[in-house]
Design a protein around this ligand. Structure first.
Ligand SMILES: Cc1cc2nc3c(=O)[nH]c(=O)nc-3n(C[C@H](O)[C@H](O)[C@H](O)COP(=O)(O)OP(=O)(O)OC[C@H]3O[C@@H](n4cnc5c(N)ncnc54)[C@H](O)[C@@H]3O)c2cc1C
Length: 333
């Protein structure tokens, strides 16, 4: 039996252990904190996740059936249909339910010392270690700050709102939750600028303020060739929207299948639509950074002239080359 140690009990680490349960690979998930789901997050999980992992009913707060997109405060799209576009999940509850099905060790921070991998000063015995420790693992410039308020402001529970600004390479959001909403912003700017900009979005009585980082770099190639990283630690966040839960879980599924079938994870991942779509999102952001605009100028044009179905497909990473040509023209491919 192969012993696999997984560092990090977020969506990527826990789902990897879940996908491998009952197999020839024995997993242990080490989570540094005292509970799962403590990392600040707006808890939106987009559709397609069901193909990989059932989300338990008791962890679903709302089904998302519509979206609004704003540019500089002006409403550009207001779409609501009958189709489910995703879910607002109680992420701690969702992760706890996953954690009950696997060997999860809380309060177990992994550290590396003198080439050894230690948990609470004891060396761990494992044939292989997979890193699913999210943005905490970054030393380089792979992530942007993201902050949010939890308020009692009630919005339509089936709608998510995304905000873009012509002077910020980033995004804001208002996502419904159990007793109000999460109102946040992430971007290629310092936290003071983000806080200032967030003032224009905040409504209702503030219950809490949180902050963390979110990857905006796309897949980190040397980590991919290393073959020991999944989830946000590998860069699996859609850079234009900040969506990281679903892609992290998909990366875990690709890792689980590669391990079970003795395949090279890096090659399997590169063949996936996830890899390609993540890299396109990252390219849109990188191109804006290169131009030094620090803004979404390219995207702004796109938002102003693209039909809503295509905007949604792009946001969800569910696009084809033809869609891309329609949205961006030749420049993107
Ligand atoms: C403010 C904010 C809002 C967001 N909103 C959304 C959203 O609505 N929808 C969405 O899809 N994405 C959202 N994201 C992104 C999303 O939260 C992440 O991309 C996603 O959680 C990544 O999953 P992961 O398992 O790869 O990493 P993480 O969720 O970061 O999990 C990593 C885990 O590893 C643990 N860990 C770290 N180092 C160690 C160590 N040395 N030893 C042991 N454990 C360790 C951490 O405590 C953590 O629990 C948001 C991000 C931020 C910052």
């Amino acid at each position: 039996m192969m012993e696999l140690a997984i560092v990090g009990g977020g969506p990527a680490g826990l789902s990897l252990a879940y996908f491998l349960r009952g197999s020839k690979i024995n997993t242990t998930v080490y989570e540094g904190l005292s509970d799962v789901g403590l990392k600040p997050c707006a808890w939106g999980v987009m559709k397609g996740i069901e193909d990989y992992l059932p989300i338990p009913k008791e962890a679903i707060i709302n089904e998302i059936k519509g979206f609004r997109i704003y540019l500089d405060g002006k409403l550009l799209y207001d779409i609501k249909g009958r189709e489910i576009l995703g879910y607002i999940v109680n992420k701690p509850k969702f992760l706890r339910i996953l954690g009950e099905k696997v060997d999860l060790r809380l309060n177990s921070k992994v550290v590396e010392k003198d080439g050894k991998i230690l948990v609470n000063d004891k060396e761990i015995e494992a044939d292989k270690v997979i890193y699913a420790n999210g943005h905490y693992s970054f030393k380089g410039d792979y992530a942007i700050p993201a902050i949010q308020y939890i308020t009692d402001y009630k919005i339509d529970p089936e709608i998510v709102e995304m905000y873009f600004f012509s002077d910020l390479l980033g995004y804001g959001w208002v996502f419904p939750e159990e007793d109000g909403s999460k109102i946040g912003i992430g971007g290629y700017a310092d936290v003071n600028f983000l806080k200032e900009r967030l003032k224009s979005l905040v409504k209702g009585k503030i219950k809490a303020f949180q902050g963390a980082k979110v990857a905006d770099y796309g897949v980190i190639e040397d980590r991919l060739s290393n073959g020991n990283y999944i989830g946000e630690a590998l860069g699996t966040v859609y850079a234009v929207t900040g969506e990281g839960i679903r892609p992290s879980i998909i990366s875990a599924k690709i890792m689980a299948d590669s391990l079970l079938n003795n395949k090279d994870f890096s090659k399997e991942f590169k063949k996936s639509k996830l890899y390609w779509s993540l890299q396109i999102h990252a390219k849109v952001i990188r191109d804006s950074k290169k131009k030094g605009t620090q803004s979404i100028k390219g995207l702004e044009r796109v938002l102003l002239k693209t039909p809503p179905e295509l905007v949604l497909k792009f946001a969800l990473g569910d696009f084809t080359k033809i869609d891309l040509l329609k949205i961006f023209g030749r420049m993107i491919i």
